[in-house]
Design a protein around this ligand. Structure first.
Ligand code: TYD
Ligand code: MG
Length: 458
């Protein structure tokens, strides 16, 4: 096959050069030239090529009905499942569990006799078979091929005619039309564009795996966000089994859903009731622990926050925030010191969100402040209490969004009292609201007991 003609385009100024050069001759930027095809395969949008205009009422809506994968937490994020002809990009750091998740999803589909094809450019057939055994994924409708050549992949799609296709990963695929190496911006873009076109013309629901690397050594999913329909990111802390799945972009639904999994030796297990898990190991009556009803998109999660305050070693004090925002912690320490007379001084402060979640919303401010104050004063917070509220510079408490949903979740898990800002709406039955205007008042109420005694709010 004659090689298609390629050119090099500057990512900064967009000017075109016939050959690669280290520096763009037009704008003078270094390392900005990216190879592309002269007649690119890029196609943006979800419509099939050569579609004919139709009265809108005659369009068959069922053609675009999502098909559930059977993995509930994945389907939740996808808004029901995979839409025929759609392209979904699953991004995440290497080792987070993308291949595991997709193999499990394909197996679940194949179990319901849906023909699926898993193309891996990363692992050998033997490796994948071993993994599939471990995941109980040996289904006759699940087809596998180890392949990196895009042309061959297209041939395999022809041969197998899958309903769902997974390409793992897009960074290992190479188009013979380009001279650039696998994983380069040019290759990733071109291979994705071809697969998008295949997906649209054949109606194959296609999932592309994209590694996100911190060092940027590989062209990341960002390059592809505009050519795919849905971008899902798979996240988690290295040393925790918790995995979070969320949609970053979604043409067919909301981006507010959160999927939660635990990585186990038998693969990923969905966590339909994460709050219970997060609170399972909580030891009531220990100073420095507060539970906060936080929101991840539409999903309320009860998370325990812990703080430890210890005498500093001299020099600049250590301030460590795990699963919490560093800047926010520093701010809350300053407010506690200045407005609530909690003497932090040069003490070391360690604060963390238990269970591997990351909480960045200001609604957790009050709980963080209370955890630190409780640790500093050695006064446990009452175990049946949750705290919600954003803290302002003056130490005042501000109302937060979705207070109702947060409190309903707290009530469900047996909490009976909630410290909330003065303006908070009424809570659900079973939860007594304790309205406070400032962080000073909240600290005083929540740590009212003697040392080692749970605070006697109200
Ligand atoms: P993997 O799906 O290969 O990650 P990715 O495709 O995102 O690079 O998952 C790799 C990690 O998951 C690996 O460190 C081992 C772990 N793992 C389990 O703990 N249990 C399992 O059943 C499987 C298949 C993997
Ligand atoms: Mg993988």
């Amino acid at each position: 096959m004659a090689r298609a003609r390629t050119l090099f385009r500057c990512a900064e100024c967009g000017s075109v050069a016939p050959q690669w050069a280290g520096r763009c001759a037009t704008c003078g930027e270094w390392n900005t030239l990216v190879e592309e095809l002269e007649a690119p395969s890029v196609q943006v949008g979800t419509i099939a090529p050569a579609a004919t205009p139709t009265p809108i009422g005659d369009i068959d809506p069922t053609e675009w009905q999502p098909r559930p994968t059977g993995i509930d937490e994945l389907d939740r994020v996808l808004g029901g499942g995979l839409v025929p002809g759609s392209v979904t990009l699953v991004g995440g750091e290497p080792g987070i569990g993308k291949s595991t998740l997709l193999l499990q999803a394909l197996a679940a589909l194949a179990e319901r006799h849906v023909r699926v094809l898993y193309v891996s450019g990363e692992e050998s057939a033997q490796q994948v078979r071993l993994r599939a055994e471990r995941l109980a994924a040996l289904q006759p409708s699940l087809w596998f091929v180890a392949e990196t050549d895009l042309g061959n992949v297209l041939g395999h799609i022809d041969g197998v005619s899958p309903v769902v296709l997974v390409v793992d990963s897009i960074q290992t695929m190479t188009s013979p039309d380009l001279t650039s190496s696998a994983g380069s911006v040019a290759q990733v873009r071109e291979c994705a564009a071809r697969l998008v076109r295949e997906a649209k013309t054949r109606g194959v629901a296609t999932v592309l795996v994209g590694h996100v690397t911190k060092d940027g050594g590989l062209a990341g999913p960002r390059v592809l966000e505009h050519v795919v329909d849905t971008v899902i990111s798979f996240e988690g802390e290295r040393h925790h089994a918790l995995r979070l799945l969320r949609a970053v972009k979604h043409r067919f639904g909301s981006t507010d859903e959160l999927g939660l999994f635990e990585m186990t030796e038998h693969g990923l297990v969905g966590l339909p009731d994460p709050s219970k898990l997060f609170l399972a190991d909580r030891r009531p009556g220990v100073a420095g622990s507060v539970v906060v009803p936080t929101m991840e998109g539409h999903r309320p999660l009860l998370v325990e926050l812990q703080a430890l305050v210890s005498a500093g070693q001299g020099g600049s004090p250590r301030r460590s925030a795990q699963g919490l925002d560093h800047g926010r912690l520093a701010f809350l320490l300053a407010v506690l010191e200045q407005r609530a007379s909690v003497d932090i001084g040069t003490s070391d402060v360690y604060a963390l969100a238990v269970g591997g979640v990351r909480i960045v919303e200001p609604a957790a401010d009050l709980a963080i402040a209370l955890a630190v104050a409780s640790a500093r004063l050695d006064k446990p917070i009452a175990p049946d209490l949750v705290a919600i509220g954003e803290v302002g510079l003056g130490g005042e408490l501000r109302q937060v969004g979705q207070a109702g949903r947060r409190l309903v979740e707290a009530a469900r898990l047996g909490f009976t009292r909630a410290l909330v800002p003065t303006s908070a709406p009424d809570g659900p039955p079973g939860v007594e609201l304790i309205r406070v205007g400032t962080v000073v008042e909240a600290v005083r109420l929540a740590t009212a007991g003697g040392p080692g005694q749970a605070g006697s709010v109200g």
